[in-house]
Design a protein around this ligand. Sequence first.
Ligand SMILES: C[S@@+](CC[C@H](N)C(=O)[O-])C[C@H]1O[C@@H](n2cnc3c(N)ncnc32)[C@H](O)[C@@H]1O
Length: 281
Amino acid sequence: MKENANTRLIFNDKSKYLFIGVGVLIAGGLFISTLLLNINTPFLCTLAGTKFDSTSTQLETILHYATSRVTPQQSQAEIRLSFDVLRARAPCNFLVFGLGHDSQMWHAFNPGGTTLFLEEDPKWVDTVLHDAPFLRAKYVKYRTQLQEADQLLQSYRSEPDCNPTKQIPLKQNEKCKLALNMLPDEVYDKEWDLIMIDAPRGYFAEAPGRMAAIYSAAVMARNRKGSGVTHVYLHDVDRRVEKVYAEEFLCRKNLVKGEGRLWHFEIPSVVNSTVKSDLFC
Ligand SMILES: C[S@@+](CC[C@H](N)C(=O)[O-])C[C@H]1O[C@@H](n2cnc3c(N)ncnc32)[C@H](O)[C@@H]1O
């Protein structure tokens, strides 16, 4: 009797382990087949969420432009200059000066990447985000005015903290007025693969003008530690200030393409360069 009881016990234990073993095998098989079946589609909730989000915002964008009478200001030929680079580089880090009717488009061109918009007008930030809450936009209070453009261009050479050889990080640069030192930390913490300068406004005397955006984009690009160049796009180069500042800080030698009122620069890093110059170009 006692032996029978022991045998039953052992048998019960054995069947318990067998049961667990078979369970583990089935679960493992299911896991692996799910993996193989979903090799092109994410199987984890978080990844699935990411994929769904990027597809869904692109669908939202198609719906938006298909039903909007307002189109972006840049022409198709101008847009193509950054579109082609984004096709090759996305997902990447894309910094855009200004929110506009083009914002949803820029965001959609960089699926899975980081597209961050910097905007001078807080009310306009609210308006744009109300319609497209998936955009990432930050308000920026500029410390320049367009009417100071000529004086800033003359005086920056005598301000040591504007000098590129000193390599002062933008965030800590209080003295050089062309340095954007008030941006959200994320801007300084990331390396931007593409920078689009189509803002702030620069068509009336009290507007911030694009002087600081151009200077700061040049500094960010020159200080890049990662591989490759930084692509910088500047719109409205038919205007004197944009043209003069581009030639001073982004440099003719880095100008790779132009279309309409848009210039495309490829700016190499100078981090490992042994040649030190007081000039940007
Ligand atoms: C110079 S515009 C460039 C617009 C952009 N390229 C586009 O296609 O819409 C950029 C700036 O103008 C201002 N802006 C543009 N559209 C606006 C609107 N509908 N209402 C108020 N401000 C606007 C914002 O301050 C923005 O940063």
